[in-house]
Design a protein around this ligand. Structure first.
Ligand code: C2O
Ligand code: CU
Length: 463
């Protein structure tokens, strides 16, 4: 094939429209490589030194993967890290064998080894991918990226912007990542919270806009434990999707948007700030607003404000029916500091709280700590599950179900939006329902990764 360089080297004197020849109807198939590697990036502002991270293809966030709904993703994962790893495709209704959970759906990929991920993306929306072996360490070191599945009929916007939020726990002198990933304090309290917040790996994420421009913001919370409270300044907005899945109606952005670890939101925003001003995605912290991402208004717009956005097209086969006759299950979360956990089963043995502290394991589901051979729920494909979750702890938790989306069932039976991660406050009881229509062994865990590493992990079997 004639490369562009070759073409230019021929010294064409006139401007010729150039197009890479493409056979109509051809599908671009084939594996490309994604490598987990060590790298150094300027995370904190100079004169801080660069921070050593682990990143996909040496960057952080990893390369943005963008494809069209219904197409096929093929990646050869090559592990160049000193530690075994795997990739999980968070929120994708995927074949179980491709879910990337080391120890459950595949073996961890050893250093120097590869694994081929190959699957079709059935749903449009905002997803992400991240390491799923020793996640508390590997995600904190930077092993994650955005996975965007575009609608065949995407809404009309001027810019489509991905914002990956994270906080980093850095040494204040050296700007290096704190290597203590098993701190008993983090594990038994709110998890590993960073002291340096970034968007797309930058503390000064900024994007030039024009007044009246309409943006689609795809916000992803990739933090280990931080719950982000977000507001808008200098722009008007609507939430159009949560955890990848379209809302039935766009919801005007009035209150703060709360995003727990693992959760995503798609917003449509119209820039109302005037030329010379700056609009912001604002992070709410201790009653204060801090800029999470800035949108300087560089130009007056030619266009007038647009009418309110319409709903995104729904994804296929999304329903929760049969709740009246559903399989019922309960999950009681216990443990942590100021908790009620006195005894629990750890590795088939009954342990008192002091033993648990010595084992650095702090959280239990229904009295059991961590993964066992028995799933929380064992159902036949197609059955409806109704799961009541009681957060009998003093901390929030973000419960993530792999492989399927659920809806929250309100007190009077009304159904909430489809989600893959449920953020719960301490003391709350909430109920979710879903149709177990995806066969396999699916992890169900707290996405506060220190909690998952110290007990908050179970699984659901669909046969
Ligand atoms: Cu986002 Cu089990 O993971
Ligand atoms: Cu938790």
């Amino acid at each position: 094939m004639i490369s562009r360089r070759h073409f230019l080297a021929q010294g064409a004197a006139v401007a010729v429209p150039f197009a890479i020849p493409r056979i109509a109807g051809a599908k671009t198939l084939g594996f490309t490589e994604i490598k987990a590697q060590t790298a150094a990036v300027q995370l904190a502002p100079a004169p801080y030194p660069r921070t050593e991270i682990w990143g996909y293809n040496g960057v952080m966030p990893g390369p943005q993967i963008r494809l069209t709904q219904g197409s096929r993703l093929q990646r050869t994962f090559l592990n160049e890290l000193p530690q075994a790893s795997s990739i999980h495709w968070h929120g994708i209704r995927i074949d179980n064998a491709m879910d990337g959970v080391a120890g459950l759906t595949q073996s961890a990929v050893e250093p120097g080894e590869t694994f081929d991920y190959d699957f079709v993306v059935p749903d449009a929306g905002t997803y992400w991918y991240h390491a799923h072996n020793r996640s508390v360490e590997q995600v904190a070191r930077g092993l994650y990226g955005a996975l965007i599945v575009e609608e065949l009929d995407a809404p009309d916007v001027d810019q489509d912007v991905v914002l990956v939020l994270d906080d980093w726990l850095l040494d204040p002198e050296t700007a290096q990542i704190d290597p203590d990933f098993s701190s008993p304090h983090d594990r038994s309290h709110a998890g590993r919270r960073g002291n340096f917040v970034a968007t797309n790996g930058r503390f000064d994420q900024s994007l030039d806009v024009r007044q009246n421009e309409r943006l689609r913001l795809r916000v992803i919370n990739a933090a280990n434990a931080r719950v982000f409270g977000l507001a808008l300044a200098g722009m008007n907005g609507w939430t159009i999707a949560l955890d990848g899945m379209p809302l039935a109606q766009p919801e005007p952005f009035t209150e703060a948007l709360i995003l727990g670890p693992g959760q995503r939101a798609d917003l449509i925003v119209d820039i109302t700030a005037a030329q010379g001003e700056t609009a912001h995605l604002v992070r709410l912290e201790d009653q204060e607003g801090v800029s999470q991402a800035a949108f300087p208004v560089k130009d007056r717009s030619a266009a007038a404000p647009r009418p309110s956005p319409t709903a995104l097209p729904p994804n296929p086969k999304m329903e929760v029916t049969g709740l009246a006759t559903a399989i019922r299950s309960r999950l009681r979360m216990q443990g942590g500091a100021m908790g009620t956990l006195d005894v629990a089963i750890l590795n088939d043995e009954r342990k008192n709280f002091r033993d648990l502290v010595a084992a650095n394991q702090f959280w239990a589901f229904n009295g059991t700590i961590g993964m066992t051979n028995t799933p929380l729920i064992d159902v036949t494909r197609g059955e409806t599950v109704r799961l009541e979750i009681y957060n009998d702890t003093s901390f929030p938790h973000a419960m993530h179900l792999h492989g399927m989306h659920f809806r929250e069932i309100g007190k009077n039976g009304d159904l909430g939006p489809f989600r893959d991660t449920l953020l719960m406050s301490g003391g709350e009881t909430r109920t979710i329902g879903f149709i177990a229509d995806n066969p396999g062994d699916w992890l169900f865990h707290c996405h506060m990764l220190s909690h998952a590493a110290s007990g908050m992990m179970t699984w659901i079997k669909v046969t």
